[in-house]
Write a protein that binds this ligand. Structure first.
Ligand code: HAM
Length: 429
């Protein structure tokens, strides 16, 4: 056995080296910009929460199979957050007295789920969450869908690259009970089956349906209902449709933002009506990019006050896969714009002075920590992605000058220190 510990991270978690982190910073920066332009305010919360808040409402898959739990030294049962929604519901409930509802909030937490790592699935992922609290209005649905389209545009996607598929669990429940003959007791399990519908072959699904107690005819009818698209709406009672925000939004000019799809149900237990998932239209990346929905009583775990919420979680892994599939991944930023190189160690102080000047002008500037020969330093600056260097030579410096040099064209000029930043700006443009 080696005396050294492994350098690889824990299975299903990732290290992000600076080039990758630079890509992520750019992508998330675009998303934050869009959210802020919609008036969403950023919040945060702890990674550790009481395990109970997930066990109560998130559903069996998370509670039984995916939760990382631990007992602290005081005997409290805790979990690493697998998602942000119970946390934000807790924060909203705890601060409801001082908030002006409806509130629009966003966050960017890391979440942990014990899952089998595979394409699009890891054990620690980052999730942009955007939620509205305190309104039952269908305008929330409209804003969510507009926001999703703008977020996707913000990372460079065009409309043909993704589709938002939306459903209402109450419409689905009505169709399942009235048209398929599913009993109230079977309903949660049939929701689970619908959630798996596109992930398994028909034979496997039929097996699951049989276990739930559905007959062959019911199974076929279920297939018809799920594949019916908008036509299903014609078969549902007016009262059910009347109380659906999704149906109302489908009658507005925002209807084009989504495709009504009876197959969307989502895995989490707390969604109460509208549910939606965003899909990549490329067959290469054929899985849900992200999703969300409306939850009318999650805050009810913490307060008697009724505070409905609606929102979504957009995972980093699926988003990065999407960007790669469509050639939209941005280039990592270089380490620096400029390196200031003194020709001798005695000029290190002078180089630092030049660097201070350039940083003041907004240029990302470094100086060598361990000075090497000029030729070596030029090579290192190039490798670091700098586009220019400033060389500080003995005689130049004595005369108050420095040499500014483009690494791309090798063009160079001697300029006074005070003119270095503008000479560089010209070279870099
Ligand atoms: P979720 O569908 O469980 O919903 O997760 C949201 C998104 O997070 C997924 O669509 C996916 O992009 C990403 N994600 C989830 N699990 C993993 C994983 N193991 N590996 C990589 N990515 C993952 C929720 O979490 C809800 N709390 C979202 C929400 C916010 N609903 C309302 N507001």
């Amino acid at each position: 056995m080696s005396e050294y510990l492994p350098t690889t991270p824990y299975r299903g978690t990732r290290d992000f080296l600076p080039p990758e982190m630079s890509v992520r910073t750019q992508v998330f920066g675009h998303l934050y910009d869009v959210l802020e332009r919609y008036g969403y305010q950023r919040y945060d919360g702890p990674v550790l929460e009481s395990a109970e808040i997930y066990e109560k409402k998130s559903g069996q898959e998370i509670a039984d199979q995916q939760l990382y739990t631990l007992t602290d030294r005081g005997g409290r049962r805790l979990a690493l957050r697998p998602e942000m929604t119970p946390t934000v519901a807790r924060i909203i409930a705890g601060n409801a007295g001082s908030l002006q509802f409806p509130v629009r909030w966003y966050s960017h937490p890391n979440c942990h789920r014990y899952e089998r790592p595979q394409r699009g699935r890891v054990r620690e992922h980052w999730q942009i969450n955007a939620d509205i609290f305190g309104s039952e209005s269908a305008n929330c649905e409209i804003e969510m869908f507009e926001l999703i389209h703008d977020l996707m545009r913000g990372v460079g996607a065009s409309e043909d690259m993704f589709v938002v598929r939306a459903n209402d669990r109450n419409l689905l429940a009505s169709a399942l009970t009235d048209l398929v003959g599913v009993t109230g007791e079977q309903l949660p399990q049939v929701f689970g089956l619908v959630d798996r519908w596109e992930k398994y072959d028909r034979e496997t699904l039929a097996g699951h349906a049989e276990q739930i107690g559905l007959g062959d005819k019911q199974f076929d009818r279920l297939g018809d209902v799920l594949g019916a698209g908008t036509a299903l709406l014609d078969e549902l009672p007016a009262a059910v449709k009347d109380s659906s925000n999704l149906v109302h939004m489908l009658a507005t000019d925002a209807a084009d933002l989504v495709r009504f799809d009876p197959m969307i149900v989502r895995g989490l237990a707390y969604y109460t009506s509208t549910v939606f998932e965003v899909f990549d239209t490329s067959p290469e990346n054929n899985r849900a990019l992200f999703g969300g929905g409306r939850y009318s009583d999650l805050a009810g775990m913490f307060t008697p006050r009724q505070i409905p919420g609606i929102g979504f979680g957009m995972g980093d892994v699926t988003l990065m896969d999407f960007l790669a599939t469509h050639g939209l991944t941005p280039q990592p930023r270089s380490e620096v714009d400029v390196v200031v190189i003194p020709v001798a160690e005695e000029l290190a102080g002078a180089a630092r002075q030049v660097a201070t000047e350039l940083r003041g002008a907004g240029l990302r500037t470094s100086t060598p920590i361990e000075l090497r020969k000029l030729g070596k330093e030029l090579g290192r600056a190039d490798k670091a992605g700098a586009r220019a260097v400033v060389i500080v030579g003995q005689e130049d410096w004595a005369a108050g000058n420095v040499t500014v040099r483009s690494l791309a064209t090798r063009e160079q000029q001697v300029v006074p220190l005070s003119g270095a930043a503008s000479a560089l700006a010209e070279l870099l443009n």
